[in-house]
Design a protein around this ligand. Sequence first.
Ligand code: SAH
Length: 384
Amino acid sequence: MRIGHPWVYRSDLAGKQELTPGSLVHIIGEDGRFLASALASSTSQIALRVISTKPLSDSGNVLASLFSERVSAAAEYRRELVADTDAYRVVFSEADQLPGLIIDRYADVFILQALTQATNREDARDAAVSALQIEYGPAISIFERVDPRIRRLEALPEAESNLLYGSETATPFLMNGLTFHFDATAGQKTGAFLDQRENYVATAQYAHGRAMDVFSYHGGFALHLGRVCEQVTGVDVSRAALEHAEKNALANSAQLKCGEIEWIEADAFELLKDYSSQGQQYDTIVLDPPAFAKTKRTVDKALTGYKEINLRALKMLRSGGTLITNSCSHHVSREDFTAMLASAAANADRRVRILETRTQSKDHPIVATIPETEYLKCLICFVD
Ligand code: SAH
């Protein structure tokens, strides 16, 4: 266990220890000294996740009160640091000392994900649900999103996504003055990419002219571009995502300087290849692909993918253009990502100056001692 880092791998446990699923246990060092209290998993490679440096016993309502305190502290942190939105991540797992628990807020609809045996304990979950009601009032709804793959990994019984409290599963929400629609029960499992909220605003400061948002999803970047650019195109391979994006655009039409946004259903690799060979030109291009590297082993392949789309985008940008390029793969380091961009710039024979080096918004906190909490890289570049 590294100092301040909250994980103990199964291979680091002394001997063959049986862990009670989801229990609150003490971590004792080889010298017999108490190190921390942790939540145990009987199946995960991460056997123990530290939850406190104090010795806590697994009795009475100890875990419940800890969860309730931590959810309140997380809500308080957002009240201090999050502005211009009623949608944000309220609890971000280890970054809020609640390993395995994620809670997102979309106006009055809260989405809870319990990703470990411990966060699936009834006392822990009930405490989180009650704390949300105390923090945000009794009129909220809380919907649990279940990931069947994670439940299998944690050896938890199968379950369906379900309402834990209240009655709403869909709502409009506001972000930076734009209205978006959220529906927890719609086909796509993900909500909005709340981690890009601050990058949308930063992007709009430099965006201009003819703009393209590649990997647009529900149009997060596209709509922000639409307020400042003459012409905006959003590209995504998913028709359902683009239909949702169009709905979002219609809800904000009065604010869109570009008028209608053009949505293109296409594979981004194909489209960028076609458009760059046709000599299409843009003033602003956003690249925000899904995580190309889900594991360490796939980093090289991911970098090849990133380079291909960045190279094509650079070729398509007019002189004085803006490139906003993103990677949400934790395994691709900031250094690797910047080196990839440098290599694409050299190949395209374009001079790229980095205006802003950015990351995920503050409701997805980065903890100094837990490098895994930092994952998003967003570079805003001036392209000569
Ligand atoms: N920029 C978005 C988030 C993008 S998430 C926002 O700010 O909200 C990644 C998106 O890429 C998803 O919508 C997914 O459908 C899309 N996608 C994945 N592979 C793709 C491909 N090969 N071509 C185009 N879109 C793709």
